[in-house]
Design a protein around this ligand. Structure first.
Ligand code: SF4
Length: 363
């Protein structure tokens, strides 16, 4: 059953048919992980959990880029904001993430020049407007955002703009999936793969999950019928004992992805080992600015001194990002930790699992 057009993937009748089919073939308990934070929010908003058979558990994974950013990187962002003659440009979600001894929001209240931007191109414009200052864009995100940020580095170099820098805390999704699929404490029967990342990478990027790990997978869009189609695909694969990399989002995702975006990303960045919050260091899962663009690399050009990182006591973000716990199992959830006073990043970000539970889960 292919979903191609707008009216089809918002069609209640199609949703009902998919729900019926899922119930017909669901025969045993399964745990399906949605890797993308946008899927997490969409699943909650549409109430999909409530229409699935009891045996199907949807668990959230490490798909919120702000949430997986390591505490040491959050501390580095804060340290950068304290440097003289520096303007920090960042996406909004990062502002309220608590670091070890402060947050960007607290630093801004102290007078640091921290500006929320909607794209890295806005940061580039700020650099053009302030040639006497260094403008540092905080690069957080997956393969979805890395190409556009790479494009700003190329543009700045071509324009001879030397006061535009990027602190790259980017992460790549496939290495994290490899860790999750092999971690003994994480029990997943299938992955709902991220739609946005897959637009760039293409569905073929996950083939190792089928050939090496025999893990049922499906690339999914974000409408309710997209997600139901994905659940149906995974339960079908599990039922048949035939793992696949199914592409249930063909209106946006091709097998090869977006070669132009990949080429721009690879021109500026190279793989590096990266620390993920709660997961640890994953080999080759980060993106480092290549030596050719070293003048734009904030990690190299700035004197960034960070404290020994301290994770907020009691915060279970690490286990939540691995799908081992759900937010109500965190002792701080809805008590010390709320969207107004977040303790961990999973309660800050609009794509964070704790924030989604807080907003949509009634217990
Ligand atoms: Fe961390 Fe708050 Fe989520 Fe608990 S509820 S895991 S403290 S963000």
């Amino acid at each position: 059953m292919s979903i191609k057009y707008l009216e089809e993937y918002r069609d209640p009748e199609l949703a009902r048919r998919l729900i019926d089919r899922i119930h017909q073939i669901s025969s045993k308990p399964v745990r399906l992980m949605e890797v993308c934070g946008t899927h997490t929010v969409s699943i909650f908003r549409s109430g999909i959990r409530s229409v699935l058979p009891d045996g199907i558990s949807l668990v959230s994974g490490p798909g919120c880029p702000v949430c997986v950013t390591d505490q040491s990187d959050i501390d580095a962002f804060i340290a950068i904001s304290r440097l003289d003659r520096v303007i920090v440009a960042t996406f909004g979600d990062l502002i309220r993430v608590p670091g070890t001894d402060s947050s960007l929001q607290a630093e801004r209240a102290c007078g640091r020049d921290i500006r929320v931007v909607y794209s890295a191109m806005d940061a580039l414009d700020i650099a053009k407007q302030h040639p006497d200052k260094r403008v540092v864009f905080l690069g957080v995100g997956f393969e979805t955002t890395a190409p556009t940020i790479a494009a700003t580095v190329l543009t700045a170099k071509a324009a001879g703009l030397t006061n535009y820098l990027v602190y790259s805390a980017h992460k790549t999704v496939p290495p994290a999936l490899e860790v999750l699929v092999t971690a003994p404490e994480v029990h997943i029967d299938g992955f709902i793969l991220p739609g946005h990342v897959s637009v760039i990478l293409g569905s073929n990027a996950y083939m190792f999950l089928k050939t090496v790990h025999h893990m049922p997978c499906v690339v999914a869009g974000f409408e309710p019928a997209d997600i139901l189609q994905a659940v149906y695909s995974l339960v079908s694969q599990i039922h048949a004992g035939k793992p696949e990399i199914d592409n249930a989002y063909p209106r946006a995702v091709t097998p090869e992805g977006n070669p132009k975006a990949i080429s721009v990303m690879n021109a500026v960045f190279e793989p590096v080992d990266a620390a993920w919050r709660g997961i640890g260091t994953i080999p080759g899962s980060g993106l480092k600015i290549r030596a050719e663009y070293a003048l734009a690399d904030a990690a190299l050009q700035l004197d960034i001194r960070v404290p020994e990182p301290v994770i907020p006591k009691g915060c279970a973000c690490g286990d939540i990002l691995k799908g081992i716990k759900i937010p109500p199992e965190c002792a701080l959830y809805k008590k010390r930790c709320t969207p107004v006073n977040p303790v961990g990043p999973c309660m800050v970000s609009s794509e964070g699992t704790c924030a989604a539970y807080y907003r949509y889960y009634s217990q």
